[in-house]
Design a protein. Structure first.
Ligand SMILES: Cc1cc2nc3c(=O)[nH]c(=O)nc-3n(C[C@H](O)[C@H](O)[C@H](O)COP(=O)(O)OP(=O)(O)OC[C@H]3O[C@@H](n4cnc5c(N)ncnc54)[C@H](O)[C@@H]3O)c2cc1C
Length: 392
């Protein structure tokens, strides 16, 4: 039987960060990953360039039943600390938009950073190893694994959420939480594209591949970013963001001209070029195909001179307040994250330790803390990993 101070189950973002932090404190640490590839989601992230944090990260960027829970960990390990680590490893990066930091080269660099940190901290990593049974004992935990029996004083569960099941995601964290009597809140896919009702899809599908800057709102929350038309419905950053706030049956409202008072602008255009077609004029400020499709669908036609003030107001209203009722979401197959998870009431916000089970810690995405798109989810993985790594 192998004996460690700390066993971390899950070789992803939070698990590796936690393991290195604990290793540097002189703890003997083992990370157990069940797939062949450690850190697979890191490699997939940010379109292969890993949006590893966000310079504007704050507790306001997270959804949770308890919005205060994430504050302590984020305060003690803010984005600036991870940026320093990235700089120390000589990784070049850039701000893409809205404070989102991406590697110039590849996500591989962030995974290599974590693996190097683990190596320097003396952490042992094993992959393709399954944990079959966990039992609490007097001063720690006994694990039955496909690699033999193991024990540890502290056990950290860092197995992530349910998104991308064919990438290694499992419900392991939630099962362990339930085994020890911890409450698990309902989970659902988030940061995920919307599917549309057949009637909407029929006219929207031909626009597949076109992106347009929008402001989209649902249930009192609004995001101003880009939207992408797809052959299944709608995607792009604005849509992924609002998906975290959407419930089945809700409508979303899309403002296709967030930076323009369309009614006033159309009136001024009418003064300047009354004979111009509405569609031609709109095509100056939006993709011609989108204009054509939406104007045909909404039956907006004619020259500007033919359009009364009342009609222009109706047209502007439609473009600024497009109401759409998605039929659903694409689900965990394409979702970036899982909303919900282990109830934060069950954990210490300082250490991530389970209140009911000393020595057992939960970190990263399995906890009911879900970030906005833009590097916030990794920032939570780093911060919660460090919080537990300092306490194990
Ligand atoms: C396509 C995609 C792109 C993304 N891009 C970004 C981005 O650019 N920026 C950002 O901030 N966030 C991004 N995210 C979200 C981010 O990847 C996650 O929030 C983050 O990885 C969560 O860290 P974690 O440690 O909790 O889980 P993970 O990083 O998912 O790690 C969990 C690990 O546990 C392993 N595991 C699961 N079950 C078991 C088990 N039973 N036994 C042993 N091991 C197990 C998994 O195989 C995995 O290696 C993206 C997500 C996806 C899917």
């Amino acid at each position: 039987m192998r004996d460690f101070d700390v066993i971390v189950i899950g070789g992803g973002a939070s698990g590796l960060m936690c393991a290195a932090t604990a290793g540097y404190r002189g703890k003997s640490v083992l990370v157990i990953e069940h797939t062949r590839k450690i850190g697979r989601k890191i490699l997939m992230s940010g379109g292969g360039r890993c949006n590893f944090t966000n310079i504007h990260n704050s507790p306001a960027n997270f959804l949770s039943e308890n919005p205060h829970f994430c504050k302590s960990a984020l305060k003690r390990y803010p984005a600036t600390q991870f940026i320093e680590l990235v700089e120390r490893h000589g990784i070049e990066f850039h701000e893409k938009t809205l404070g989102q930091l991406f590697c110039n080269e590849s996500s591989k660099e962030i995974l290599q950073l974590l693996l190097t940190e683990c190596e320097w901290a003396g952490v042992e990593l094993v992959s393709e190893t399954r944990v079959e049974k966990i039992a609490a004992e007097a001063n720690g935990f006994h694990l039955l694994t496909s690699g033999g029996e193991m024990r540890c004083d502290s056990l950290v569960i860092a197995t992530g959420g349910l998104s991308i099941p064919n990438g290694g995601a499992t419900a392991f964290a939630f099962d362990v939480a339930r085994q020890f009597g911890l409450k698990v809140l309902d989970t659902r896919a988030a940061l995920v594209p919307f599917t549309l009702q057949p009637a909407d899809l029929e006219y929207i599908k031909p626009l597949s591949g076109i992106a347009h800057p929008v402001s989209v709102s649902c249930n009192g929350t609004r995001f101003e970013e880009s939207m992408l038309f797809t052959h299944r419905g709608l995607s792009g950053p604005a849509i992924l963001q609002i998906s975290s706030y959407w419930n089945p049956g809700d409508s979303i409202e899309i403002d296709l001209f967030p930076d323009l008072n369309l009614e006033e602008w159309l009136k001024s255009q009418r003064d300047q070029r009354p004979k111009a077609e509405l569609k031609t004029v709109l095509s100056g400020v939006m993709s011609k195909r989108v204009v054509q499709t939406l104007c045909d669908h909404w039956k907006f036609d004619g020259t500007l001179a033919e359009l009364s003030n009342k009609r222009l107001a109706q047209i502007a209203e439609q473009f600024h307040h497009w109401q759409l009722k998605p039929s659903g979401m694409e689900g965990y197959r394409t979702a970036e994250v899982t909303l919900g998870g282990i109830d934060t009431d069950e954990l210490s916000s300082k250490t991530m330790e389970a209140k009911k089970q000393p020595g057992l810690f939960f970190i990263g995405e399995c906890v009911d803390v879900t970030g906005h798109l833009g590097g916030h989810n990794f920032q939570w993985a780093w911060a919660s990993g460090v919080a537990a790594g300092q306490a194990v």
